[in-house]
Design a protein around this ligand. Structure first.
Ligand code: FMN
Length: 305
């Protein structure tokens, strides 16, 4: 009932672990796959070793999480061992999404070329991280630079599908998505965290050491859901809906807006790795109760009403 296909890659269900949450090493990715995720995404891999920001880097507030982890990475050249350990995941048949970032547009291609050699099922481009010092606005705010990154990565990734991860902070995420599609993106992710900040009034300072961060979890759902809905009207490639999916009902909202796959990040923090199978049984429970047997019957249905 829940099987789906993303860019030719079969998935046993439409959930996927979002990048950067629990997926920071191969052991965690394998654990999440065994817990029922339809696909798992690695923490974003960068061009050079980078420590990330000082603590506190991630805090929970009443409507979700706020983080500025700062993309820590050992650099792609130190990933051979990690990919070897992920062979166990490959045997389980759960697709692996490798996430890639760069600080300059040219670096995405360099990292993607290395990563393609390791044979992930899908490559996702994190062109939308808000938590770095090198740019206050993300690449994904600009359709032209986003398209340039996608086109240059596509030259080195062969048959591996490439996903462009968009930001809700763009003036028109749908326009950015369209530009990425025209540049050759195989799918879009809608989307990353929304830039924000919180202040501890007793300490009289921002709660995160980096001061500003990215907001995720329940407060993000209406924002990225709208992005998914608008993208569905503008592009023909599949969309990964992501942002604030905590329950099967949240996932169904994204599917009805047009998503093929539902990314789950912050809810793993809240509900544990069991969240993937719980969300799946909540989706199928609702479908059975309402007379649906295939996800396809629901995809984009909210556009018809
Ligand atoms: C602690 C933390 C670390 C994250 N790291 C990454 C990352 O390395 N790369 C990336 O593309 N997104 C990263 N994200 C964004 C998530 O992948 C996801 O897109 C976002 O949190 C929205 O989904 P959610 O509301 O289900 O968490 C991170 C989010 C959090 C909370």
């Amino acid at each position: 009932m829940l099987e789906t296909v993303l860019c030719g890659v079969p998935m046993r269900n439409p959930t996927r672990l979002a990048s950067g949450i629990m997926g920071v090493n191969s052991g965690q990715l394998i654990r999440v796959a065994r817990a029922g995720a339809g696909a798992v995404t690695m923490k974003s891999i960068g061009p050079h070793e980078r420590e990330g920001h000082r603590n506190p880097t991630c805090i929970e507030w009443e409507h979700g999480l706020l983080n500025a982890v700062g993309l820590p990475t050992p650099g792609y050249m130190n990933y051979d061992e990690e990919f070897k350990e992920l062979e166990a995941l490959r045997e389980s048949g759960v697709p692996l999404v490798a996430s890639v970032y760069g600080s300059k547009w040219q670096e995405f291609r360099e990292v993607a070329e290395y990563v393609s050699g390791k044979g992930p099922d899908i490559i996702e481009l994190d062109i939308s991280c808000p938590n770095t010092e090198w740019h206050d606005t993300q690449f994904a705010c600009d359709p032209a630079i986003s398209a340039k990154i996608v086109a240059s990565v596509k030259e080195v990734t062969g048959k591996i599908p490439v996903v462009a991860k968009l930001t809700p902070a763009a003036n028109s995420p749908a326009e950015v998505g369209k530009a990425c599609e025209e540049a050759g993106a195989d799918a879009l992710c809608a989307g990353n965290t929304m830039p924000g900040m919180l202040i501890d009034i007793d300490a009289r300072r921002p709660v995160l050491a980096f001061k500003k961060g990215g907001m995720s979890g329940p407060a993000l759902k209406p924002v990225n859901l709208k992005m998914t809905y608008e993208l569905h009207e503008k592009v023909d490639i599949p969309i990964i809906g992501e942002g604030g999916i905590t329950t099967g009902r949240d996932a169904l909202e994204y599917i009805m807006a047009g998503a093929s796959v539902c990314g789950i990040g912050s809810a793993v923090w809240q509900r544990g790795p069991g969240v993937f199978s719980e969300v799946c049984s909540e989706i199928s429970g609702w479908m059975k109760g309402n007379g649906y047997s295939k996800l396809e019957q629901l995809r984009g249905i909210a556009h018809e009403r």
